[in-house]
Write a protein that binds this ligand. Structure first.
Ligand SMILES: [Zn+2]
Length: 333
């Protein structure tokens, strides 16, 4: 499989360019349009149309990522593929999806859903507003599903965005791709034999993050508040911060037990120990970057100081390089 994976490095000028191919099926080539990033100095400041092209390129590349299916319980299935991790609840009331993969994977996504069961898709949940989790919103609505999300997902999908660090531009989503049912704090439902609890997390990765807890099966989907085994992206533009990520992970650690299957937004299926490792890594990384920032170091000086060099071999191989993660932390402190 050629995932054409890319790490992002913050250069001394604070401009981000793609660098290097990485191994590993779960890395996030789709959100890092390396070709354009490498070729375009000042990438982060480029025009909307150029970064829209970057989105098209990312969609095309990610549309090829295979979908792998793993059974989590009698009626829950994890699909890993083009846009992170989708969880499917299937039973007598129909199917409920968490997240929707990317657009060009829709036909394969439908096929994977049909292979689970013939039950119709009735409900779909967006874990947060980002495109790699919501890109098939219109398709799942057209297939008959009602879309549920936090109220800030609806708000953010109606806006124009230029994502910091990864440099992608988003126009407002069309009406038919918007969530129809939203909530502010929590939302619970009984569906297809499960009790599903949705809850808002204070701004962490974005200000639209929710967790989805399948309480009977003891399965938790955390969206992008959990990147399992890899440095995480944080969206400063929609109020994400390293402090919020740490608080969100800590809150979820208190909610799960040692048996809980924890689905990250990106990375392999995890458990409580994996989530704790991720939280502890963020605590360590934040303290080191905070020390540099507090001592008056500029962003470029903080990146050049390589404060995470001992962590990079373990955490910097999937999504962000250590340099890019320092950049993300520094700018959200
Ligand atoms: Zn995200």
């Amino acid at each position: 499989m050629d995932f054409d994976n890319v790490a992002i490095q913050a250069t001394r000028r604070g401009i981000l360019r793609g660098a290097g191919a990485l191994a590993g099926g779960w890395a996030l080539s789709h959100i890092f349009p390396n070709a354009i990033a490498s070729a375009t100095p000042g990438f982060a400041q480029q025009s909307g149309s150029a970064s829209s092209d970057a989105l098209a390129a990312a969609r095309a590349r990610f549309g090829k990522v295979p979908i792998e299916s793993t059974k989590l319980s009698e009626n829950l299935t994890l699909l890993r593929g083009p846009g992170g991790n989708v969880v499917v609840l299937s039973g007598k009331d129909g199917k409920l999806l968490v997240d929707t993969f990317t657009q060009l994977a829709w036909d394969r996504f439908k096929k994977a859903l049909d292979e689970i069961s013939k039950a119709p898709v009735k409900l779909a949940v967006d874990s947060h507003w980002h495109w790699d989790h919501t890109d098939n919103n219109a398709n799942v609505r057209a297939a008959g599903a009602t879309l549920i999300a936090h109220e800030n997902t609806l708000k953010r999908l109606k806006e124009t965005h230029d994502l910091d660090v990864i440099g992608l531009h988003f126009d407002p989503s069309p009406e038919n791709a918007l969530p129809q049912r939203t909530f502010k704090e929590s939302y619970q439902l009984n569906f297809s034999g499960e009790h599903v609890a949705l809850g808002h997390l204070a701004p962490a990765h974005t200000d639209s993050d929710i967790y989805i807890h399948f309480q009977k099966a003891n399965v938790l989907h955390m969206g992008d508040v959990f990147f399992n085994g890899i440095y995480c992206y944080i969206d400063k533009g929609t109020k994400g911060s390293i402090g919020g990520m740490i608080a969100g992970a800590t809150k979820m650690l208190a909610m799960v037990d040692n048996e809980t299957k924890i689905v990250p937004g990106h990375g392999p299926l995890g458990n409580k120990a994996d989530l704790r490792k991720f939280r502890d890594m963020m605590v360590t990384a934040r303290a080191r970057v905070q020390k540099l920032k507090s001592s008056g170091k500029s962003l470029e000086q903080a990146v050049a100081a390589k404060p995470l060099s001992d962590l990079d071999p373990q955490w910097g191989q999937g999504v962000l390089s250590g340099d890019a993660f320092v950049h993300v932390i520094y700018t959200t402190l």
